[in-house]
Design a protein around this ligand. Structure first.
Ligand code: DP6
Length: 331
């Protein structure tokens, strides 16, 4: 009898960015981070452990995905080890948004994979442990285990077990809205993992980035607790620009933006100067995420959509953490 389960997780967007690893093998971040989990973008993943399989199988959006197979299979191996089984698994995953284009598909992907596989294996684990497992697939995935505002520690233990996320504030307590402006749908040129390792090795400013990280996190945490939008806007844009400045200072420099991304940043700043409560953040890709106070995302989306070169603007509220799907919920 095959053991199977399905789970859903949403991507999260870091307001205080993770960039750099304290331990590459265990995938432990070098800096703490703070994120918001989205609502309307999701990954749904079905995992079926099956005695008749001679190896793992992985399909993404209906196609075999050889590029991601190693990372997925390595994660399954960790989970098998955890459960004390050796059965291979068939994994089918679907995203309702473009994969690998700086929209945090690895965050929702690994969070959904861990939750589905652990359930299929018949295990019940505390959320902190799910977060630690998800981190080993992709550190940002540790945050997608939780909903709303989420804080992630980089910890100090050698085994990385204290590098986990924890919920900071429920989505319903401050239901910010997000408009995601898509400027190019294709996969990014250099993935975050490779990009941050390259940055750490070659940027002369890496140490400064690490040293300033706890301060940035503290300011953002306080702003979230106080629901101080202005303060959160300032520290979030500063973290985003510092991360990209750092990546640009690597050798050779990493440039994740296109011209439209820059136009969008100007557009968001102009809106804010004119009184619209909005700020931007950009991850390792050319898409821009505009975060705004409740009730403002439609107006903001309209302005972003008018910037030449924007292909699509997706709206999202803040959502919950990863969850097991009921068998009646189609994947
Ligand atoms: C720019 O979590 O994708 O989105 O741990 O190597 O898988 P790995 O990296 P990943 O990096 C995310 C980088 C970022 C900032 C962030 O989400 O904090």
């Amino acid at each position: 009898m095959p053991m199977q389960a399905a789970a859903q997780a949403q991507p999260n967007i870091a307001l205080i960015k993770y960039w750099g690893k304290r331990d590459e093998r265990l995938n432990v971040p070098a800096v703490p981070s703070l994120s918001i989990t989205l609502e309307s973008l999701w990954t749904r993943t079905q995992v079926r452990f099956d005695e008749t399989l001679g190896e793992d199988r992985f399909m993404l959006d209906g196609k075999r995905d050889d590029a991601q197979f190693q990372r997925v299979s390595a994660m399954l191996e960790r989970l098998r080890h955890h459960a004390g089984v050796s059965t291979f698994a068939d994994v089918r995953s679907f995203n309702n948004f473009p994969t690998g284009a700086g929209l945090a598909s690895s965050a929702s992907g690994f969070a959904a994979l861990v939750v589905a596989a652990i359930h299929a294996l018949g295990l019940v684990l505390p959320l902190a442990e799910l977060s630690a497992l998800a981190r080993q697939g992709s550190a940002s995935a540790a945050r997608s285990i939780f909903g709303g505002f989420v804080e992630m520690a980089c910890g100090s233990r050698d085994d990385g077990q204290d590098a986990i996320a924890r919920p900071l504030l429920a989505a319903s307590s401050w239901p910010l809205e997000v408009a995601v402006a898509i400027t190019a749908p294709g996969p990014k040129s250099i993935g975050s993992s490779m990009g941050m390792v390259h940055t750490a090795r070659t940027s002369p400013f890496y140490r400064g980035w690490i040293e300033d990280a706890p301060r940035r996190l503290e300011v953002a945490r306080e702003a979230v607790i106080a629901r101080d939008f202005e303060r959160l806007a300032e520290v979030s844009e500063a973290s985003c620009l510092a991360m990209h400045g750092l990546a640009l200072s690597a050798s050779p420099g990493l440039l994740y933006w296109n011209g439209v991304t820059v136009e969008l940043m100007h557009c968001v700043r102009e809106l804010r100067s004119a009184g619209t409560p909005v700020f931007f953040t950009v991850d390792a890709g050319p898409q821009l995420k505009a975060v705004c106070l409740p009730g403002w995302s439609r107006d903001v989306a309209q302005c972003l959509a008018e910037v030449p070169g924007v292909r699509e603007v997706r709206l999202s509220g803040l959502g919950d953490g990863a969850r097991v799907l009921e068998s009646k919920e189609a994947i």
